[in-house]
Design a protein around this ligand. Structure first.
Ligand code: ANZ
Ligand code: ZN
Length: 821
């Protein structure tokens, strides 16, 4: 028998066998309980990194654990394969993005297989394949028809370096999320998904996500950013226009001293046309627009504005207040017009100070009198209304309600809800993405590509030398005929944001080869939602929000029956080295392939699972890998040196056990309980593994104590079964070596015997001056000091000691304590 743990040979053999026998293949089996575990699919960047290793090891343990519990487990893998890096790499290396991508996929698939991950590889998908994106194009057309997609001219966030439009979420502190270059505004036509139609449901359904980390739910809630308040019309004095403002503080409406409009507000032109102010306003608008381009988008500018020469009338007070154009009012939020209340809003306060406008307090906080002459900042606290006509004396919360009701009854305002969430701009002017399937016709306008002509295939992907310049530069692609009138027409040249592909891939996995639609409804119904989704917290907003949105779209199109895609979400921590995130740019990466080569996949898996609980950051530690390797070697030796025990009975006869056997039997069942519990509590594999380590220690140290062979067999089998989800090749190999015919893969998770796990109790006699005064029930492992302590605190003993100090306490192991007074 080979006593050396030859991981290379073992891992290769088992991987080959799993592949050949399709051990991890699943089909949907109506009536059988299912479990869908999914790790966020990778971008095929070239090689896997330690973050992947961690993410996929966690997912794989869950998949294997749930399989052993009898679930029909779906555990798929694929590639988020469109996107910019492929184009950049293509440019740099003079190869086609498709060639680069498919090569990377092949290489990385090999790496994942070398990790022994239990994916059903028959379900593998790559989003850059026409078989995938043709369904995305079909969905696009269905949504277009339903008015959930539209095209409009907008100012977009443009990254000049990447030559592409960015979604708002892809702009981080005014710079591009990919290349860190400043983002500039640019006007162009683009396609939008009407995610705002779903804002309310996306918000309220957050309440269903009790299996998500609280912080992710909060981030989503803030991103959607719901505000409730009043939309109210202010008549322009001497003009038939009205300005509609949006406020979340209707209670302050009696304190309005001016009005602020966004520089993009359409009324600015109307109101100043032909007036002496026109020139000054136009100049200010131009300056502000340029300044907005230069400054980072998230940065608050200094409050600046210009008087329009016009006034409007506060419908509550009849006050005539000046109208300004102001640089801090956003056109995309609320109505693009703000009633300014400098006493209670800080931005308005600063503006009023700059332009010497009146400050009028109308909400008096408790125990405070606001004096406009001495106020140094706005007072934003609630309080009681003052100088507010009929509403004077009302608490601010109540006043909000009353004032909205009054505005509604008078017909000049109504309750209004605004969201921070914007529609999702999905147009990209890049090559390596899914083409948008419409045609522009001079006569017919925008015409959808007929379904039987889908997919609109990305040109040039078949030849490695194919043209991969952006589609608007490819005349052969553009030139087509109008599906409606047959005249020459031009194809749309935008491609879709890659976040579109990742918004529904989890649904496609349920029937990845379906030829009749994006999903097979029966399969989707059986498998969805995803029981456990696992990925990095960097996707807390974008990807998860879009995936939730798409789930609702697919439901409303009749493909899915669930409201939410991911029942439980685990956001795993980062992999850290030398105090910072392990990343190429930091130059501190450890290549998983090197580790696998040196130690084997099982050791690498074990290390990553043992070093930290999943939600926490994992600090890279070379000794940790060594430790994992030593542990596996030890278990290996322990099993091969004790193969004889597998000839013993498979069941333990507890009646005949000696102490050491009883103790090991007990420890085994305690370990089953502990490991199961650790996995059930937020997948704390680290404590699960230390539980097994303790059992291994005890098995090792009791080997010489004449341990019953059936007990020993039970212990070793338990160790292998409990470790199997974490180190599958290792355990399968030893399982086979020890004579089992069926693979561990098909075994059940062990159940524990509560009776066996119970600690034995000893009865200890306690004497005072040689006379028996009490009895104690204790566990056999109790130490002498603890036993003394217990005896001295026993009520009966205290009574007989009669307040005297003990002179001496004698402990006779496992029998008695004698207290001499
Ligand atoms: C009057 C007022 C008085 C306001 C007061 C606040 C405090 P949230 O809570 O983020 O939704 N506002 C409305 N539209 C705006 C726009 N397009 N650009 C910039 N600011 C805008 O913010 C709502 C508040 O932000 C609104 O309530 C409005 O100012 C301002 F003591 O109206 B408030
Ligand atoms: Zn036409």
């Amino acid at each position: 028998m080979n006593e050396k743990y030859d991981f290379k040979d073992i891992e290769q053999r088992w991987q080959l066998r799993w592949d050949e026998e399709k051990t991890n293949k699943v089909t949907h089996e109506p009536g059988r309980p299912k479990y869908y575990v999914l790790e966020m699919f990778p971008y095929p960047s070239g090689r896997i990194h330690m973050g992947h290793v961690r993410n996929y090891s966690i997912g794989d343990v869950i998949a294997r654990y749930k399989r052993m519990q009898g679930y029909n487990v779906l555990h798929p893998m694929g590639w988020d394969a469109f996107g910019l890096p492929a184009e950049n790499a293509a440019m740099k290396r003079g190869i086609h993005p498709a060639a680069w991508t498919y090569d990377n996929i092949d290489y990385m698939r090999g790496q994942l297989k070398a990790m022994g991950l239990s994916y059903d590889w028959d379900r593998e998908l790559a989003t850059c394949r026409p078989e995938y994106y043709r369904w995305e194009q079909k969905l696009f057309l269905e949504l277009l028809e339903r008015g959930l997609i539209y095209r409009k001219e907008t100012t977009v966030n443009w990254c000049d370096d990447c030559q592409t439009v960015l979604a708002r979420e892809q702009v981080i502190d005014g710079t591009c999320w990919r290349c860190d270059q400043p983002v500039l505004p640019k006007t162009m036509h683009g396609w939008f998904f009407k995610i705002t139609d779903y804002a309310e449901e996306l918000l309220s359904d957050l309440d269903k996500l009790s299996g998500w980390p609280e912080k992710v739910v909060t981030m989503q809630r803030n991103w959607i950013g719901k505000s409730t308040g009043l939309a109210c019309d202010f008549q322009v004095d001497g003009h038939d226009e009205t300005i509609t403002i949006f406020t979340t503080r209707p209670d302050t409406i009696h304190g309005v001293t001016f009005m602020s409009l966004a520089v993009e507000h359409p009324l600015l032109k109307t109101l100043t046309e032909g007036t002496p102010q026109q020139e000054a306003v136009e100049r200010f608008v131009q300056e502000t627009l340029i300044e907005k381009q230069r400054s980072s988008l998230d940065q608050e500018p200094d409050k600046k504005g210009v008087f329009t020469g016009r006034y409007c009338i506060n419908p509550f007070t009849g006050d005539r207040v000046p109208i300004y154009a102001a640089n801090f009012v956003l056109m995309e939020y609320g109505t693009g017009a703000v009633m300014a209340v400098p006493a209670h809003d800080q931005r308005d306060f600063e503006f009023a100070k700059t332009y010497d406008l009146p400050i009028k307090p109308v909400v008096q906080p408790k125990g405070d009198t606001l004096d406009p002459a001495t106020m140094e900042s706005a007072s934003v606290d609630p309080g009681v209304l003052v100088a507010s006509g009929d509403f004077t004396g009302t608490e601010s919360e109540q006043a909000k309600v009353d004032i909205i009701a009054h505005a509604e009854s008078q017909g000049f305002g109504k309750s209004h809800v605004t969201y921070r969430l914007r529609d999702w701009g999905i147009s990209r002017q890049r090559y390596w993405g899914a083409p948008i399937p419409v045609v522009h016709c001079e006569h017919c306008g925008i015409v959808p590509v007929p379904e039987n002509e889908l997919p609109v295939v990305l040109p040039g992907t078949n030849e490695a030398s194919g043209n991969h310049s952006p589609l608007h530069q490819q005349e052969e692609f553009i030139a087509t005929t109008c599906p409606s009138c047959g005249k020459p027409a031009r194809r749309e040249t935008d491609t879709m944001d890659t976040f579109v592909e990742s918004s529904w891939y989890f649904a496609r996995y349920t029937s990845p080869r379906n030829e009749d639609g994006p999903v097979d409804k029966e399969a989707a119904k059986y498998w969805l939602g995803v029981d456990q989704y696992i990925g990095g917290v960097e996707h807390a907003i974008l990807h998860l929000l879009y995936a939730r949105f798409f789930t609702k779209l697919l439901r409303d199109l009749g493909y899915l029956e669930v409201d939410e895609p991911f029942i439980n979400l685990l956001t795993q921590g980062m992999v850290i080295k030398d105090g910072t995130k392990m990343s190429k740019s930091k130059g501190n990466v450890v290549d998983p392939s090197d580790l696998i080569e040196q130690y084997g996949a099982d050791t690498v898996r074990l290390f990553s699972l043992f070093a930290a609980p999943p939600e926490r950051d994992l600090e890279w530690n070379a000794q940790g890998v060594e430790g994992a390797s030593r542990f596996l070697n030890r278990v290996y030796r322990m099993v091969v040196q004790n193969l004889a025990c597998f000839e013993a009975e498979a069941s333990v006869d507890t009646a005949t056990l000696n102490d050491a056997s009883r103790a090991l039997h007990r420890k085994t069942h305690q370990t089953i309980a502990r490991v199961t519990d650790s996995i059930e509590t937020n997948f704390h594999f680290n404590t699960a593994i230390s539980g097994v380590m303790e059992l291994v220690n005890q098995a090792g140290s009791s080997a010489g104590d004449g341990v019953d062979q059936a007990v020993y067999r039970e212990t070793l089998e338990t160790i292998l079964t409990l470790l199997f989800p974490m180190v599958p090749h290792f355990c399968e190999e030893l399982w086979t070596l020890s004579g089992h015919k069926e693979q561990l893969h098909f075994s059940s998770w062990p159940s524990f015997d509560a009776e066996a796990a119970k600690e034995d109790e000893l009865t200890i006699v306690v004497q005072v001056n040689g006379k028996v005064r009490s009895k104690l029930q204790v566990t056999p492992s109790i130490g002498d000091d603890q036993l003394k302590e217990l005896a001295l605190n026993d009520e009966k003993v205290i009574k007989f000691m009669d307040g005297k100090e003990p002179k001496k306490v004698i402990v006779v192991k496992k029998k008695l304590v004698n207290i001499v007074i």
